[in-house]
Design a protein around this ligand. Sequence first.
Ligand code: ARG
Length: 489
Amino acid sequence: MSDILRRGRLSDVPDEKIQNFSSSMNDDKWIFNADILVDFAHTVMLFEQDIISRKECKLILGGLQKIKNEGIVGLDWNYEDIHISLESKLIDLVGEDVGGRMHSGRSRNDEVATCIRITLREQLIELMEEINKLRVALLDVSLSNIDTILPGYTHLQHAQPTTLAHHFLAHAGSLERDFGRAFDAYKRINLCPLGASAFASTGFNIDRTRTQELLGFDDILENSMDAVSSRDFLIETAALCSNIMINLSKMSEEIVLWSSSEFNFIEIHDKYASTSSIMPQKKNPDTAELIRGKSGAVIGSLMSLITICKSLPLSYNRDLQEATPNIWRCMDTTITSVSIMAGIISTLNVNKKAMESANSVGFTTATELADTLVRSTGIPFRTAHQIIGTISKNTSSPTLEQIDEVAYSITNSKMSERGLTQKHVHDALDPFHNINRRDVVGGPATNETLRSINSHRDRLGVDDQNLEACNSKLIRCVDKLMKVVDSYM
Ligand code: ARG
């Protein structure tokens, strides 16, 4: 049949170049399933509101069911988007007198906005599930490395002793916030634009709340202009994905560094590694490098979205079609990267000895020694800092006598005469003592780390439950919608 969209107002067709330039069919594969759901819900509502007859409803739903079963490959790819191609296919199946009524009271503008939100909320749930698996991996590896000594770094210089558990818990904290951001964004995504029509709503007696409920949305997106034109939810999602990818990229950077011969702290599982085509001995941490690299593409998609959406006048503009594919690329990459990272972490081989012996270089216990001077002698911290700083130029394991000598040159007094003992010095230079003294909330001491892991697990449990509630609501709603569809067929 002739193009059902252009046949009225337009008398010529675009050539292949213009067609390829204008069509969103390729990227609309992401929203095919959502579009069928939207068509089902809209048709059900049209019948319930007496806008179409029971027979028309039955025939349209039957046609849609056929299209659903055939899949997107059954559609005519010469149309400019999936919505019109699907409607044209429906008209082919059930005739225009019936199929031509499905689009009553709506526009592709509210339709596409609804489809994007349906697809994105599912992907966001998947992303949150993957984030939580990575959180579990980090908590597990933390528990098994609760006393694995690691030289903590600032400026990538040895700084103070800590544990691998403490280090990984830092990443678990970032990912917990990433989950929170995604969960929060979900609430704004799961709002229904359907019924906004082109932008001015419609004169048909539609029921927006009914389609909202049938499609599992928490509420409607009220203002009909806002409903079709806002894409802030895409920007928000791409921003939270960028944050996740930045966190993963930081982890990847450490994995790459720590896998080098210079560090030799870890070895990633062979399945996450690659080798060289020329250097037979090589084992390269490619998957971590790729996550680091792909973070650039995700941040790029955020930049594209921001730039496409800025300065658009209300309401719908075709520019918006260029925004959508960015979110699919962004979600796809982020979900896979999080999942790969969980695999890397949970199969990591940790070289505890190499970490511990690295910690003995660079006088990582200097801060604790300065603190010990303060606590045992009462001198100000700044003075202790000067004494230990001066000593550190020559040794990283000073004796009480050496401390006295330097302290005397600076303060005219000996620390041993003010209360510093051999035992104090000995304890301060012991990395385990350093770590276990740091038992304030969030510190690396064993007890505190255990408490922190447990409290992370509790919060993770709550996050899992909240996520499951969102997911099961969606499953229930789709089931219910399909039951209603069946009952009207
Ligand atoms: N393919 C379009 C998009 O992705 C669907 C909406 C088309 N609306 C229109 N008025 N041309 O944005």
